[in-house]
Design a binder for this molecule. Structure first.
Ligand SMILES: *Cc1c(COP(=O)(O)O)cnc(C)c1O
Length: 424
């Protein structure tokens, strides 16, 4: 039989040999490694503490949306913070999670799946929960699992447009008018029937969740079936430059209110699927300036690398000049300028408008820390033009930005002195 071989174009993140790990800070790492490749600095303690906050204050179960950052170091830190449920959208994500945690609860929450992937998820990886948004997908799941009697089926409700910064309303979800029939069909096939939605990413208004739950209540009432679970999806926001969202608690309160108002049976489960909010602060990206032309910096990473969201979506990340007192550098100027970036590839679309605010005298050879890139950073990179090498490191310093309600500050991180680092 002819077998097609597939290979991965993007190499794994490379880990320099560091003794002992982790070092204290991005500054210490830059001084020691002087990285000429982009460097992802993961903050396992920030990840663990953010996870603890979510798990202990959300009034239900927290499913981590793995697509946001599937790096094993990140997944382990979330696990240590108490996350036991994982929202996966592909067999690839399911394999990674299962290989790390034999006891993880994995949920396959992509509404359009291949039959073979459903079968493998069910038979090999113990997945029982699946999301759907069509009659065809319900039939597909039933057929692929040979009419299994222990399925959890979550019917995804479409959301109105324009509720969030990053709209996801166009692609998935059944219109409210189709929901009652789908809920009845899924009820007949499922042991556990759920309703799920995703309001979109970086949702700045807690009321959006309450209104979504209200709409969910209407379609459930119309369907006239018992629903065993509600999944309010992701979309919880984080701070970006000039953007401070309402505190996390305001979101959880809105969800709690909206959920209570549905008047569902005692024991009905409540889930959320945060991605961005759990991991954004958990990693910074450190880039180096390769050339400066006016207020435009040519850096060693770009939209085909770890900065995809800084391109067309024009996402702005907090920026900090990392210039160490190593003899070669002078004190940075107090005056700041808003810079735009070009990435390393030959494509003129490899452009990041920013503005990224940095000391006005930033120059070739300087390093820049870009924050909030634990979410939708490294996971989006490609190998285009041969720029696919990224260093992976761990740090214990504080993130560049915090989000209200994520960390309460009472368990502030105490830094340790920098130790020796040796590059592989
Ligand atoms: C992407 C995604 C999430 C996570 O969204 P965030 O905005 O990063 O929280 C959650 N659920 C589903 C179904 C998704 O596609």
């Amino acid at each position: 039989m002819l077998k097609a071989r597939s290979r991965v174009a993007v190499g794994p993140l490379r880990r320099p040999v560091i003794t002992p790990i982790p070092l204290t800070s991005v500054d210490a790492l830059v001084e020691e490694l002087r990285p000429v490749e982009p460097m992802v600095a993961i903050r396992p303690r920030t990840l663990r503490r953010t996870a603890e906050r979510f798990v202990t204050t959300f009034p239900g179960d927290v499913l981590y949306a793995v697509k946001c950052n599937p790096e094993p170091t990140v997944l382990r830190a979330l696990w240590r913070g108490g996350v036991r449920h994982f929202d996966c959208a592909s067999l690839g994500e399911i394999r990674v999670v299962r290989s790390l945690f034999a006891d993880a609860q994995i949920h396959y929450m992509h509404p359009i799946k291949q039959a073979a992937a459903i079968r493998e998820a069910y038979e090999t990886f113990g997945v029982r929960d699946f999301s759907v948004d069509s009659a065809e997908e319900i039939e597909k799941i039933v057929a692929a699992t040979n009419g299994a009697r222990d399925l959890g089926i979550y019917v995804r409700l479409a959301m109105p447009k324009g509720q969030t910064v990053y709209d996801l309303s166009g692609k998935f979800g059944a219109p409210a008018a189709e929901m009652p029939a789908l809920l009845r069909q899924a009820r007949a096939a499922a042991k556990v029937l759920g309703l799920c939605f995703h309001v979109g990413s970086q949702c700045m208004d807690p009321g959006v969740y309450e209104r979504a739950l209200e709409l969910a209540g209407r379609v459930i009432a119309e369907a006239g079936v018992q629903v065993d679970g509600i999944d309010v999806g992701g979309g919880f926001p984080v701070s970006y430059p000039d953007v401070t969202p309402p505190a996390l608690g305001a979101y959880f309160e809105a969800i709690q209110r909206g959920f209570a108002r549905l008047g569902l049976a005692q024991g009905t489960r409540l889930w959320c699927e945060p991605g961005r909010a759990l991991v954004a602060a958990g990693a910074s990206l450190v880039v180096q300036v390769e050339a400066r032309r006016g207020d435009v910096l040519y850096i060693n990473d770009g939209i085909y690398g770890n900065l995809s969201d800084a391109g067309v979506p024009k996402w702005r990340f907090p920026a900090r000049l990392v210039r160490k007192a190593d003899g070669s550098a002078v004190e940075a100027s107090a005056e700041t300028t808003g810079f735009a970036f070009y990435g390393p590839t030959c494509d003129s679309a490899d452009f990041m408008q920013g503005p990224f605010f940095l000391p006005s005298d930033v120059k070739t050879g300087d390093w820049i820390e870009l924050g909030q890139l634990g979410a939708y950073g490294a996971c989006l990179r490609t190998a285009f033009n041969g720029f696919d090498r990224v260093l992976l490191t761990e740090v214990r310093d504080e993130p560049l930005l915090t989000t209200p309600g994520h960390l309460d500050g009472s368990d502030a991180i105490v830094g340790q002195p920098a130790d020796r680092t040796v590059q592989a």
